[in-house]
Write a protein that binds this ligand. Structure first.
Ligand code: NAD
Length: 336
């Protein structure tokens, strides 16, 4: 194995380059930054690289992995926690290892989740625009106290647990659903586990913190939305495809949902992270969602804190350096 690792980075933005270059002063790896997203048609751009570093919307499917293998790539390093965009089974077949950053800052995502809900509920996004127009009226800005409300946390992993604890700090009643329960943690924070249907029926706010898998695809659909309390709020900072956006629009039009806050969207690839202000949107579903005053959308930015970017760069470069220099991987970061 060569001792200086060569890595091709895809879908990079100025903040990626800033943090990775800063961390690389110590790591000393040879980095090639690309702005385009990795997919089958451009996999050959990794020719001569030991590793590729990808983000949430690079499409590392079977054909792309074959292209990477032909280009000589032996490691796919995800600079994120989720890995639903990589065909892990095919990577295993090809002998390509896959690593991720399992926990860069669960606080970053949990805090953004709460920020979205507070902004949406207290209409901060609308008030901000009004005041800038010298409109100091309060009509239509009535929110509700979070104190005393029931918040349903779906998925009590790293991010879900922190989000739940923050809501407990607001004086909320927190209930949770996870097929793998952490009863000790729940007891410590006076959080009650229940079944998914019960969570939907009882919660004033439902917040999603689970991975996207074939089983969880469209977990929130017309049927599950119909089970939610009339006027309940939904927050999704996990993965867009957990939610059927068409069903959300119908529920909003019917006035069944009180509000929807999203940091992720099922067709976000090619839209999020880019400036479309000059060209307009081609996605009619996203365009319709943006017309509702009780919908607040951010562009997959929950991870975007200084602490998280620093941790992502340092863990990713460490994984690549170890793999190339020692053929070793840190167990908890391994996908394949
Ligand atoms: P984690 O692996 O620590 O926790 C996920 C939890 O979900 C686990 O406890 C698991 O048992 C549970 N789970 C699995 N299937 C479930 C189901 N059907 N119903 C309920 N729970 C289920 O993951 P995490 O680090 O807490 O991440 C949670 C989500 O946040 C992931 O989807 C991840 O991709 C997403 N995420 C988003 C951002 C962002 O910037 N918006 C950043 C990081 C992570």
């Amino acid at each position: 194995m060569s001792s200086v690792a060569k890595i091709a980075f895809y879908d990079t933005k100025p903040y990626d380059r800033e943090y990775f270059l800063r961390e690389n002063k110590a790591a000393g790896l040879e980095i090639r930054f690309h702005e385009f997203r990795l997919n089958t048609s451009n996999a050959r751009s990794a020719e001569g690289c030991d590793a590729v570093c990808v983000f949430v919307n690079d499409k590392v499917d079977a054909a792309c992995l074959r292209g990477l293998a032909q280009a000589g790539v032996r490691l796919v390093a995800l600079r994120c926690a989720g890995f639903n965009n990589v065909d892990a089974a095919v990577a295993r077949e090809l002998g390509i290892r896959v690593v991720r950053v399992p926990a860069y800052s669960p606080h970053a995502v949990a805090e953004h989740t709460v920020a979205l809900l507070l902004a949406l509920n207290r209409k901060i996004h609308r008030a901000y625009n009004r005041v800038r127009e010298m409109n100091f009226s309060l009509g239509g800005l009535v929110g509700f106290d979070l104190h005393g409300k029931t918040v349903g946390i779906v998925g009590t992993g790293k991010i879900g647990r922190i989000t739940a604890e923050i809501f407990r700090g607001f004086g909320c009643r927190v209930i949770a659903y996870d097929p793998f329960r952490d009863e000790d943690w729940a007891a410590r924070h006076a959080i009650e586990y229940c079944e998914m249907d019960t969570l939907l029926e009882r919660s004033d706010v439902v917040s999603l913190h689970l991975p996207l898998t074939p089983k969880t695809h469209h977990l929130l659909n017309a049927g599950s939305l119909a089970r939610m309390k009339p006027g309940a709020y939904l927050v999704n900072t996990s993965r867009g495809k957990l939610v059927d956006s068409g069903a959300i629009i119908k529920a909003l039009k019917a006035g069944r949902l009180g509000g929807v806050a999203l940091d992720v969207y099922e067709e976000e690839e090619g839209v999020f992270f880019e400036d479309h202000s000059g060209a307009g949107l081609k996605d009619d579903v996203l365009s319709r969602l943006l017309t509702f005053p009780n919908v607040l959308i951010t562009s997959h930015q929950a991870f975007l804190t200084d602490e998280a970017l620093h941790a992502i760069a340092s863990v990713t470069l460490d994984s690549i350096r170890r793999f190339v220099a020692e053929g070793a991987l840190v167990e908890e970061r391994v996908v394949v």
